[in-house]
Design a protein around this ligand. Structure first.
Ligand SMILES: [Zn+2]
Length: 344
């Protein structure tokens, strides 16, 4: 009897222990399957929502991110980015973004204010300011339209292809940090795109060499060539537009006309965003025959055009800039302006 009781107790102990052990094992296994499923689910469904500002920057980001993110550029093409204000639907987009990529250096102040507001409720939104991470204050350029006393440097870094390469690398690093599963894709896209930007940089360098040195001078309406010009040994003689984006005073215009005559400038450049009226008036009074339009905020062609890209915009600008100054652009004819990212 006592032996039976002992055996029964032993059996019960073994059975109970086994049940307990199996249950515990089941819980551990199912939890781990669950976790794995969750992470697979998250990885498969999580597409980064990225908001950018001006179209040249949107296109640089697109060439790195390809089809792996949801990308929206907020500043409509041909709109003055310096005074752009987000409308309510833009504010919703900014609130829902994972990452906001802007030029920075005070260009998109209104957009930045919205992001800073959104951050109070959603602290995980990331803001990447490309220009601020490309140069520090020792590299800032102040000039007529962006005077030092106002404290806002000229923000147009992207018109220098070397800066565009840095923008591409900064974008690649941020995307890899936030979406490491696509590291290889972003790395490969960045390599291909930067190779194209190098080709563009070398092509521009060679094209500028065909302009006689006394003509390597720029007078533009909108002051967007401050970082491009020193890269290729071109001098920005002046810009017409005052710092508040109003129209220049008659005295300012008269000074520029004197300068143009003294420096024998062959061409003057209008902007795609601002009125050509003043540029035309200056050209007429200074005896300049050529008024061409340069673009910094909008891409040529329409959404389906192969040159509706940052590189396409730069090639278009070089046609409009180098030929009127007496040079030629044959070093640029083989450059394919199309996007370089791979569509999976
Ligand atoms: Zn501008």
């Amino acid at each position: 009897m006592s032996e039976n009781f002992f055996n029964n107790t032993k059996i019960m102990f073994v059975v109970t222990f086994t049940i307990l052990f199996l249950s515990l094992f089941a819980v551990v296994v199912s939890t781990s399957i669950d976790n794995n499923l969750n992470s697979v689910y998250a990885t498969a469904n999580k597409t980064l929502s990225v908001i950018t500002s001006v179209s040249p920057i949107t296109n640089i980001v697109k060439n790195i991110a390809g089809d792996k993110i949801s990308l929206t550029g907020l500043v409509p093409e041909g709109v003055n980015s310096h005074t752009f204000e987000p409308v309510p639907s833009d504010i919703i987009k900014l609130n829902n973004a994972d990452l906001v990529i802007i030029n920075g250096l005070f260009l998109e102040d209104n957009m930045e204010k919205v992001v800073n507001e959104s951050l109070k409720n959603k602290p995980d939104i990331q803001l990447l300011k490309l220009a601020d991470n490309t140069i520090n204050s020792t590299g800032w350029i102040f000039d007529f339209s962006f005077p030092k006393e106002l404290g806002h440097p000229n923000p147009h870094l992207w018109l220098n292809p070397v800066n565009a390469m840095k923008f591409a690398n900064l974008t690649k690093d941020k995307l890899i940090e936030m979406d490491p599963n696509n590291t290889d894709y972003y790395t490969e896209n960045a390599e291909k795109y930067i190779a194209l930007l190098k080709q563009l940089d070398e092509g521009i360098e060679a094209a500028v060499q065909t302009i006689s040195p006394e003509n390597r001078k720029l007078i533009t309406y909108h002051d967007s060539w401050a970082y491009f010009a020193p890269r290729y040994n071109i001098t920005v003689i002046g810009a017409v537009q005052p710092s508040d984006f109003s129209e220049p005073s008659p005295l300012d215009i008269a000074k520029l006309i004197d300068q143009i005559k003294a420096e024998k400038i062959p061409a003057i450049f209008a902007s795609e965003v601002f009125s050509n009226r003043i540029t035309d008036q200056i050209a007429k009074e200074a005896g300049i025959n050529i008024v061409q339009t340069l673009r910094d905020d909008s891409l040529p062609g329409n959404l389906t055009s192969p040159n509706h890209t940052y590189v396409g915009m730069m090639l278009d600008n070089m046609e409009h800039m180098i030929i009127p100054l007496g040079g030629n652009t044959s070093s640029l004819t083989d450059i394919n302006p199309e996007n370089t990212y791979t569509s999976p």
